[in-house]
Unconditional design. Structure first.
Length: 522
């Protein structure tokens, strides 16, 4: 592991690259708008100063409540440079879910897109720790009373480097749904995050990590220009965020799509228009629409500039990978096996010259497998086990102290957690909301295999005596209290949910019932 005095810090890295790269080299691209590295550097410096002027100090938390947009990466760089802590906010959350993130993270600033102003307005009075609300739009007006204009802050003031010392222990938060309970803030130190990734290794240096910041900048310049990467998935999730951070740290540029949901043809057009080199996706939910659009529009899109596609979070099936390779045989398709709490568990690369079966991974350097009683399993051992990663890992979960009174809170079973297009859904949370409806006596929620989403949130309910079944009313009830992706795509009625005498749910039986209702094989 290569270390530098004080540890690697992304604020230092972006500062150094901003000084070394051509000022007109693209850093951020959104639709037809391109922001150069020179402008990106000055704008992020101004934003960092503005946060300081608003009363934020080192380790102050900043909530990011917006879709993929240049403002996300500019404010991220501002946080790194000012030693503030990024807090991702799932923009699909509503009401109490949103409040929980802002409150739990102790956010002192909230960056929000204008479209979310009503949600922020509803929460303002409950967030006394927040010193400033910053509204992102294409102009310098604001619709939320008392908010600051993002564009006004980015365009005005001192754009020079802050000139402050930083630490490798400065933090980046990534809130994750995990497998049980409420979201948890994973605390990544900059230096740990840097080493958990490629640590600055580049093809230009035969993948040798640099010994110093100066050496890293020299490597970037020797590579002859950074790559252009499109995070197809949201930046508020680890796959998109970490890939984007790494691309900028290599002097590249980030292309963000303008649509509110993934549009394969918009993505392909951006690849063609800007000659993008890489995509970050989340499995088949993104890869299948891309392949379908290529098949349905022969010859329309040139994707020959693409060098790599990386996916993490859900299954990416081999037949889809092979289909994509027909349109660019030079692609390297990488399945990355990791989590918000650790990256580099393993990976699987597919090229025209070699493939592996779906869900087959090569273990990373620091990954091992253990049994439930903590015995390490050697390669080839027939027993199933749990993975664990050593080396550069996060510092822990934010505000996750041990219980002093000896009690514990049961959150649920990780084995029934649903992964739908990379989003984690905690079944018991949806079940409780369904059971709050006056027509529902009992409810169980399962993840049914789905071609597009990986798993589809599906509910089986028992009605109260005399109640009638209105699926859309029930779905609307859930959507009003939880993020939209947690809303069941289908709700089925059953006379009884066949709980055991002790009340224990039979999720296996309910999954089989849901599959039967959908005409799927058992």
């Amino acid at each position: 592991m290569v270390a530098i005095a004080g540890g690697w810090n992304y604020g230092d890295i972006y500062d150094a690259l901003g000084a070394a790269l051509p000022a007109d080299a693209p850093a951020l691209i959104h639709g037809e708008r391109a922001i150069s590295w020179g402008d990106f550097t000055a704008r992020s410096n101004r934003l960092a100063r503005a946060l300081g002027a608003a009363g934020l100090t080192a380790d102050s938390k900043v909530g990011f409540y917006c879709r993929n947009h240049p403002a996300y990466m500019e404010m991220l760089a501002a946080c790194f440079k000012g030693r503030f802590v990024h807090v991702n906010v799932n923009y699909r959350y509503v009401d109490e879910e949103l409040y929980y993130i802002f409150d739990n993270s102790d956010a002192e600033a909230v960056l929000y897109a204008r479209e979310f102003a009503p949600q922020v307005e509803a929460l303002k009075a409950r967030l006394p720790k927040v010193k400033c609300f910053i509204e992102v739009s294409d102009d310098t007006d604001v619709v939320l009373d008392g908010a600051l204009s993002y564009e006004a802050l980015a365009q005005n003031g001192d754009g020079s480097p802050l000139g402050i010392p930083r630490s490798g222990d400065d933090l980046l938060f990534l809130y994750t749904g995990g497998t049980t309970g409420m979201p948890k803030g994973v605390m990544w130190g900059h230096d740990d995050h840097w080493h958990a990734g490629a640590a600055g290794a580049t093809p230009a240096t035969n993948l040798v990590p640099p010994e110093s910041l100066e050496a890293h900048v020299a490597n970037v310049l020797a590579a002859g220009g950074g790559s252009r990467m499109i995070p197809c998935c949201p930046l508020m999730h680890g796959t998109g965020l970490f890939t984007a951070m790494g691309t900028l740290a290599q002097g590249g540029s980030i292309l963000t799509l303008e649509g509110h949901s993934f549009d394969a043809e918009e993505c392909l057009a951006a690849i063609d228009r800007w000659k993008a080199n890489g995509l970050a996706i989340v499995g088949d939910a993104f890869a299948k629409p891309l392949l379908r659009a290529l098949e349905e529009n022969p010859g329309r899109y040139d994707i020959s500039s693409l060098v790599s596609m990386i996916s993490s979070g859900v299954m990416w099936s081999m037949e889809v990978k092979q289909g994509l390779l027909k349109y660019n045989e030079n692609l390297v398709l990488t399945d990355s096996f990791g989590a918000s709490e650790a990256v580099g568990f393993g990976r699987s690369d597919t090229t025209k010259d070699g493939t592996v079966q779906t869900a087959k991974f090569m273990l990373g350097e620091h990954c091992k497998v253990f049994t439930e009683d903590f015995r390490e399993l050697a390669p080839g051992a027939p027993e199933p086990g749990f993975i664990a990663r050593g080396g550069a890992i996060p510092k822990g979960y934010y505000k996750d102290p041990e219980e002093a009174d000896g009690s514990l809170t049961l959150l649920g079973r990780g084995s029934v957690c649903i992964n739908t297009a990379g989003e984690k859904v905690y079944p018991e949370e949806v079940e409780e909301v369904l059971k709050e409806h006056g027509d529902v006596d009992d409810a169980l929620v399962v993840g049914v295999p789905d071609e597009k989403w990986g798993q589809m949130v599906t509910a089986v309910i028992a009605l109260r005596a005399g109640a009638s079944f209105d699926q859309e009313a029930l779905r609307g009830h859930v959507r009003g209290k939880l993020a939209g992706y947690k809303t069941p795509k289908h709700i089925f009625v059953r006379d009884t949910l066949s709980r055991a005498s002790n009340g224990k749910a039979d999720y296996k039986l309910m999954l089989a019932y849901a599959k039967q209702q959908l005409g799927l094989p058992a």
